[in-house]
Design a protein around this ligand. Structure first.
Ligand SMILES: Cc1cc2nc3c(=O)[nH]c(=O)nc-3n(C[C@H](O)[C@H](O)[C@H](O)COP(=O)(O)OP(=O)(O)OC[C@H]3O[C@@H](n4cnc5c(N)ncnc54)[C@H](O)[C@@H]3O)c2cc1C
Ligand code: FES
Ligand code: FES
Length: 493
């Protein structure tokens, strides 16, 4: 039976029963709730003007994370709390962040300011856990999804640091957790309006039964891809089945031989989980979209969307990851590269959902690198993303795996190039053969991100970089060749 959407905003419980299923949180806040501190800049997750903080209970623990209101369907807020900049403080008692923004001259036209405030507040809230003030790189990370076209970023980052040096403004997490515990107790949330339905089950069994009964419904997780189909492409998406509330799909664990990541685990958490085992992912983990997009988007959504320029597939393919697909008839596991059968086509049966991603632990002496090439450092889509892994023994490379994005209609494995390198001495001659092989292996397209020729050249250049960093014949072996790592190290000092 259909129930209303219930969530907290500005200390009030909002009960919504007549809004279209695809109405976004941003539209609701501005147009129905008249909360105009939330701005609309791009309506596609790029500018951060609409940034809010969303509080939710996950396995009993309160999470407070920044998110883009323009991407979130209102129904996905059921059982949660939304915070906007106007709630931070008042004219009489401004929040330290607000005082610091004024004293540091962090706002000129002010259009971007509420969004910045919420990104800043999301990490201000973590200061008790951190125990130390946020560093400039940490602040930059938190602000990676916020654009300012007139003030510039230095005074805004200064403001965050100044606010952290002021007496703390506490936030009653326990009170919020108690309130949230009381509003969304159902095992299967079902909302319907204008003959469109939104289902959000809590158990995997109910999810799989719904999928069997509604094979044409749109599966939805964090809505960071689907949000654009709604706001930009005005697609008719029919009914929705959300995987976001299924507890078991939020599990992340490390087993004896692999890391298991539930499909509904956020991109942010998934990458953080893998960093211990594969620290080489650090730069990509920060350059995948922005923090609010990574907070909402899921690893399962990235994989299931299957974009040829998605960032997770190259490194997952290079590491030999498998995915688990489940239906009421049972589960199966396949190598990730076998999932993609054509442009946006997948080996996913109508009654199936992606449930887990299984990533092997690092084998001894395993080399691994991943590089994302895009026009901007933050919040940009890859022109090319290449990941390589191999085991080096006596100067020879074995078990070579190369994953590539942006070079074909699907996230691809460079099998011909792998074959050229496999078992060979990792010297200059092998490198040159490999560069020729990878240039010939793919037929990339030219588009606004990069020309086909540039993409081909990048593939070869990144192989050269792999050689420079890993070959026993390279004089630059083990040197820090990453400009962004170099810049970040400088900022830390
Ligand atoms: C501003 C912005 C920047 C971005 N930058 C990047 C970037 O740098 N790199 C990058 O790779 N991506 C980027 N993206 C794309 C997006 O954030 C990712 O693809 C994200 O991981 C999608 O996850 P989601 O949970 O939001 O998926 P959703 O939008 O909810 O769903 C995406 C697709 O996956 C399907 N799906 C979701 N979960 C499942 C499941 N469990 N089983 C089966 N099907 C499922 C849905 O039906 C849909 O087809 C960006 C997006 C935005 C808006
Ligand atoms: S309006 Fe630009 S990110 Fe939402
Ligand atoms: S103050 Fe004008 S866009 Fe930031």
């Amino acid at each position: 039976m259909s129930a209303p959407i219930r969530f907290f905003h500005a200390s009030q419980l909002h009960t919504v029963s007549d809004q279209p299923v695809t109405r976004t949180l941003l539209q609701y806040l501005r147009e129905d709730s008249h909360c105009t501190s939330v701005k609309e800049g791009c309506a596609e997750g790029d500018c951060g003007a609409c940034t809010v903080v969303v509080g939710e209970l996950r396995n009993g623990a309160l999470q407070m994370r920044s998110a883009n209101a323009c991407l979130l369907p209102l129904a996905s807020l059921h059982g949660k709390a939304v915070f906007t900049a106007d709630q931070l403080g008042s004219r009489e008692a401004p929040h330290p962040l607000q005082e610091a923004m004024v004293s540091c001259h962090g706002s000129q036209c002010g259009f971007c300011t509420p969004g910045f405030m919420m990104s800043m507040w999301s990490i201000y809230l973590q200061r008790a856990d951190r125990g130390t003030p946020a560093t400039r790189p940490e602040i930059q990370r938190a602000l990676s999804g916020n654009l300012c076209r007139c003030t510039g970023y230095r005074p805004i980052i200064d403001a965050m640091q100044v606010a952290e040096s002021m007496p703390e403004r506490s936030f009653d997490r326990q009170a919020l957790a108690t309130r949230l515990a009381g509003i969304a107790e159902e095992d299967h949330f079902h909302y319907s309006a204008q003959q469109q339905h939104w289902h959000a089950p809590r158990t995997l069994d109910t999810l799989l039964t719904l999928r069997k009964d509604m094979p044409d419904a749109t599966l939805i997780a964090g809505s960071t891809d689907i949000g654009l189909w709604i706001t930009k492409q005005f697609r008719a998406l029919g009914d929705f089945i959300s995987v976001a509330n299924v507890d078991v799909l939020h599990q992340c664990c490390r087993k004896e031989d692999e890391i298991q990541i539930g499909a509904a685990v956020s991109v942010e958490q998934a990458y953080r989980t893998c960093l211990d085992e594969y620290p080489e992912l650090a730069e990509l983990a920060d350059r995948f979209a922005s923090l609010p997009v990574r907070n909402a988007g899921t690893l399962g959504g990235n994989i299931a969307n299957g974009s040829p320029i998605g960032d997770s597939m190259p490194w997952l393919i290079a590491l030999g990851a498998r995915i688990e697909l489940a239906s009421i008839n049972g589960t199966r596991q396949i190598p990730l590269e076998a999932f993609y059968t054509g442009y946006r086509q997948k080996d996913l049966r109508p009654e199936e959902v992606v449930t887990r991603i299984l990533i092997p632990l690092r084998a001894k002496d395993r080399l691994f690198r991943v590089w994302k090439i895009s026009k901007r450092i933050d919040q940009d889509i890859s022109a090319v993303c290449i990941a390589l892994s191999a085991t080096l023994a006596d100067g020879h490379l074995h078990d070579v795996r190369i994953g590539a994005g942006g070079v074909a209609a699907i996230p691809a494995r460079a099998r011909q190039t792998e074959a050229v390198i496999e078992g060979k001495l990792w010297d200059q001659a092998t490198l040159e053969q490999a560069c020729t092989a990878i240039t010939d292996e793919f037929s990339p397209i030219s588009d606004m991100r990069a020309s086909a020729a540039y993409r081909r050249q990048l593939c070869a250049n990144l192989l050269r970089r792999f050689w420079l960093e890993t070959s026993p014949f390279s004089e630059a072996k083990d040197a820090a060749l990453s400009l962004t790592a170099y810049a970040a190290a400088g900022e830390q000092q």
